[in-house]
Design a protein around this ligand. Structure first.
Ligand code: NAI
Length: 248
């Protein structure tokens, strides 16, 4: 019996990057996968194929996680297609970096809506299902900068700190009903999101990482598997930092 046999996992923003890696990891342990992204384009189709190779049920849904109604519609569709939801990974996220003095209202709103409100939307839509089941594991993808702050990323850091507060509060609200909520705080992970950082920024970050390498999406997927499964059945309201020793 695999760790997640018979479970259904919803992963947002999973057409590529960390979300894709998490979806694949959960599928490798037997979970059926409902993943979302803005569009199920070539990346999304490829993700679907790779997940299906594990012999689990998989479907990709095009939806904007920042939109409340869209999210409730998608979760209703997922329930029609899969029948239950055991794991929710709030992974969709963006950066719109700028120093505070130069940050536009649009940059602030986009990051808060896509990174933080999206998690509220999905938790709001999925928890009634989890409450009926008396079981569920919610994972919010935060970041080390949500714990430590970062110059040039006040919108992003605030959204990630918000995701931590959200997970901790849900843990307190719903723990007695069998629902766990935790957050992962990754450091510097090699994905399309970090690809465009300047060589200088990458070199500076590398020097601050004890393990002297960037993380891989699979490093984070392993933590997500732990939090999604019963391996972490006595853990809720926690933030697991996975940053190669960057923040320590
Ligand atoms: P990525 O940019 O490669 O992937 C993000 C995915 O989210 C994309 O497929 C994108 O289309 C999707 N997405 C964006 N807006 C969306 C929306 N409104 N609705 C649905 N999907 C949407 O990024 P990466 O690196 O894989 O990041 C995944 C998560 O991990 C993000 O929340 C990010 O903030 C977080 N993270 C990443 C770190 C890194 O170093 N790469 C470090 C710490 C946290």
């Amino acid at each position: 019996m695999k760790l997640l046999s018979g479970k259904v996992a919803v992963v947002t923003g999973a057409a590529r990057g960390i979300g894709k890696s998490i979806a694949l990891k959960l599928a490798s342990e037997g979970a059926d996968i409902a993943f979302t992204d803005l569009a199920i384009d070539e990346n999304g189709q490829q993700t679907k194929l790779e997940i299906a190779a594990f012999g689990v049920k998989v479907k990709g849904y095009a939806s904007n996680a920042a939109n409340f109604d869209d999210t409730h519609n998608v979760v209703a569709e997922i329930m029609k297609d899969f029948g239950h939801i055991n794991v929710l990974v709030n992974n969709a996220g963006i950066t719109r970096d700028s120093l505070m003095m130069r940050m536009s209202e649009q940059q602030w709103d986009a990051v808060i809506n896509i990174n933080l409100k999206s998690a509220f939307n999905f938790i709001h839509a999925c928890t009634p299902v989890m409450l009926k089941q008396k079981e569920g594991s919610i994972i919010n993808m935060a970041s080390v900068v949500g714990v430590s702050g970062n110059a040039g990323q006040c919108n992003y850091s605030a959204s990630k700190a918000g995701l931590i507060g959200l997970a901790k509060s849900i843990a307190k609200e719903l723990g007695s009903r069998g629902i766990r909520a935790n957050a992962i705080a990754p450091g510097y992970i090699q994905t399309d999101m970090t690809e465009n950082l300047s060589t200088e920024v990458k070199e500076t970050m590398m020097k601050s990482i004890s393990l002297r390498r960037a993380g891989t999406p699979e490093d984070i997927a392993n933590v997500a598997l732990f939090l999604a499964s019963d391996l972490s059945s006595y853990m809720t309201g926690q933030v697991l930092v996975c940053d190669g020793g960057m923040g320590s």
